[in-house]
Design a protein around this ligand. Structure first.
Ligand code: ZN
Length: 677
């Protein structure tokens, strides 16, 4: 191979490798397998070794190696390297836009460009005649450090530009480390017994500022460019991204133009979803919103250290402070009492939470937590929210110490201490409350389908609920914070619970789980309560009043209700714990549908029916509806008070019982006549 042939070969190899690099890192397309690319690089490396005079700064081989530096040269930025101001809410963003219009003294179009706010290290790259000549850190904004050698080890940064690039070009972007590489490096550190890094940004920053480029090269970093500072004037920021891409820079694929404030909020919400953030390969901590029109952007100028027409709209932090308003005791599935902090709603990790488990008494003592304290709540990834710190200096003297109750909140009696745990002495306590909750949300009750048995168990175990009334206090964030619950499913559950807060009185009565009271009897008791209250529209207070006025005799005038059932209802309303429960339902916003007027004055008013056998013209459910619709009652069993037994084909034992008691039995045809069908 002649010298000239070698030179041509080197040029071609560089071009080929560069094209593959561009396709792989920028277009996410693999043109050739990795092994093939490696062998091309090896050939280039060998040729350059032979003809060192042909090594150029833009050669792919120059990415690795280089001699360690004693210290970084200082670089003066051609334009100050500015940062962004932070916003944390929609209101902040609205205010920001208002400030731009105020400053410019005119209305401007709501045309923005939104980008992910990468959590990495900002860098500036300088290209002369398309060749990467200098890279620097932000430094103090005016003077940065020359980290050219280190930046050359990052494959996303082109050493030579493509296409129609300007003679002199200055661009800016971010160097980031993806999460997998972060884990790998920390794993490596652990094996070496070295110190662990707190987050990917720390490694990215530390690696770019390594005096030995080999260390930088050993860490696979990525880089996105997002800004043309010198070299090309274009109309919009969006176009800048287009040019950067054409020239061979890696630009972030998720950037998006926005045409209203709402678009901005949507983009922010979209990327703020913990699930979506989790799935991204790299860390982001918000979005960057830029007024897309570059002329307006320039006119708006700089305020302090930040451009007026750009804003970093951050995601809510994973740690926040709030106030503990109460400490409640929840009884879990196994009867263990768990103290749970009820907090002023606080946004942590993207969702509002109001509960944090305190695990046990020891934990409360360790934190020295009191009711009324200001605390730090943190939530990392899928872990449930924790109170990690108490600000004792913020106390005013009104804070209250918490004590475990001596009796079970469910009214079973004594609480026993077992190590750090407190347990209800009633071995069935947890199981009973679990059954009551299941019953409460079942179809004939509040019909909350999203709360299946497994989910109820989970909520009990985590201390989120301890009885059915707690269900209505659940916040989306409390649920989403649990492992394996996404934002979406949490939201669905909360929405469903809210939508089912209003029920017919009969279903509320059923849901209460009064012993011996099934679906049918619940309807009859509900009616009786309505009669006593003397009105159609009842609230829970009316139910409490009427329920407590029910006498045993009165209860026994209800069809189907014998002494045992009457006693059960009577006792239920006589129990203070149950009244407390009803009051909590009221406080949570549970409402009763107005009683049907037809039920009070109908053709069948005062008559009680029992259905047996199969009806031909309608289902049993339809028949029941028809009877109730005209003011009649339907019960499941025949007794002396039954007025009619409607017998379909193949009637059962109810038919025989009716016969023996002398109760009137009618055919389906008679029944249809009676109801006027
Ligand atoms: Zn108990």
């Amino acid at each position: 191979m002649t010298r000239q042939e070698a030179k041509d070969r080197i040029e071609k190899l560089k071009k080929e490798i560069n094209r593959d690099r561009y396709a792989y890192h920028v277009l996410n397309k693999s043109l050739i397998p990795d092994e093939v690319l490696d062998s091309l690089k090896k050939e280039l490396f060998d040729l350059e070794l032979q003809y060192p005079e042909f090594i150029t700064p833009d050669s792919p081989t120059q990415r690795v190696g280089g001699r360690p530096l004693k210290e970084f040269k200082k670089v003066r930025h051609e334009m100050p390297m500015i940062s962004f101001d932070d916003a944390f809410s929609e209101q902040d963003m609205k205010d920001w836009f208002g400030r731009i219009e105020n400053y410019l003294k005119m209305k401007i179009d709501q045309e923005f460009f939104c980008e992910l706010k990468l959590d990495g290290l900002s860098v500036e790259l300088v290209y002369d005649k398309g060749v990467f000549v200098r890279g620097s850190t932000r430094g103090d904004g005016l003077i940065g450090e020359d980290v050219t050698q280190n930046l050359k080890t990052i494959e996303d940064i082109p050493l030579r530009l493509e296409g129609d690039y300007p003679d002199h070009l200055v661009v800016r972007g971010e160097v980031i480390l993806n999460k997998k590489e972060f884990e790998r490096i920390n794993e490596e550190q652990k094996e070496k017994g070295g110190k662990l890094y707190a987050n990917p940004r720390n490694i990215a920053a530390g690696s770019v500022r390594q005096l030995d480029p080999k260390i930088t090269a050993s860490r696979k970093m990525n880089s996105f460019q997002y800004d043309i500072v010198v070299g090309k004037n274009v109309k919009t920021h969006e176009e800048e991204h287009g040019f950067l891409k054409k020239w061979g820079f890696n630009i972030n694929p998720w950037s998006k133009s926005a045409h209203s404030m709402q678009d901005i909020y949507d983009f922010h919400r979209h990327w703020g979803e913990p699930d979506r953030r989790e799935k991204l390969e790299y860390e982001i901590d918000g979005i960057v919103v830029i007024v897309n029109n570059n002329r307006i952007f320039d006119e708006a100028g700089v305020i302090g250290k930040a451009p007026r027409a750009a804003m970093a709209y951050k995601f809510s932090p994973r740690e926040a402070t709030t106030i503990v308003e109460d400490i409640r005791v929840q009884v879990g599935r196994t009867g263990v009492l768990t103290p749970v902090a009820v907090m002023r709603p606080v946004n942590v990790g993207g969702t509002t939470i109001t509960h944090a488990t305190l695990h046990n008494m020891d934990q409360i003592e360790k934190l020295d937590l009191r009711i009324g304290d200001t605390v730090v709540v943190s939530r990392a990834g899928d872990v449930i929210p924790q109170i990690t710190k108490v600000f004792k200096d913020l106390r005013v003297g009104k804070e209250k110490k918490f004590k475990m109750p001596e009796t079970c909140p469910h009214g079973c009696g004594k609480v026993i201490k077992e190590g750090v745990f407190y347990r209800c002495a009633n071995p069935k306590c947890g199981a009973v409350s679990r059954e009551l909750i299941r019953h409460f949300v079942s179809r004939p009750g509040f019909n909350i389908e999203g709360l299946g048995p497994k989910i109820i168990d989970r909520f009990l175990d985590e201390g989120l609920i301890s009885d059915a009334a707690d269900i209505f206090d659940l916040q989306k964030g409390d649920i989403a914070a649990l492992e394996r619950f996404g934002e979406k499913s949490a939201e669905n559950i909360v929405l469903e619970i809210a939508a089912k807060k209003k029920v017919p009185l009969s279903r509320l009565v059923f849901a209460l789980g009064i012993i011996h009271i099934g679906e049918e009897t619940s309807g009859l008791i509900a009616k009786k309560i309505g009669e006593i209250a003397g009105k159609r529209e009842l609230n829970i207070d009316d139910i409490i009043k009427s329920g407590r006025r029910l006498t045993l005799d009165e209860l026994q005038t209800i069809p189907d209700v014998g002494p045992k059932v009457a006693e059960s209802v009577y006792e239920w309303f006589g129990n203070g714990q149950n009244i407390e429960f009803l009051k909590r339902l009221a406080k949570a916003g549970v409402e009763i549908e107005p009683l049907r007027s037809t039920g009070i004055s109908g053709k069948l008013k005062g008559l009680s029916f029992v259905l047996t056998g199969t009806l031909e013209t309608m289902s049993r459910e339809e028949a029941k509806k028809k009877i109730r619709g005209q003011g009649g009652d339907v019960s499941e069993s025949v007794n002396k008070k039954t007025d009619y037994v409607v017998a379909g084909s193949e009637p059962g034992s109810k038919y025989d019982k009716a016969k023996s008691l002398g109760v009137r039995i009618i055919s389906e045809k008679d029944f249809l006549e009676l109801i006027g069908a």
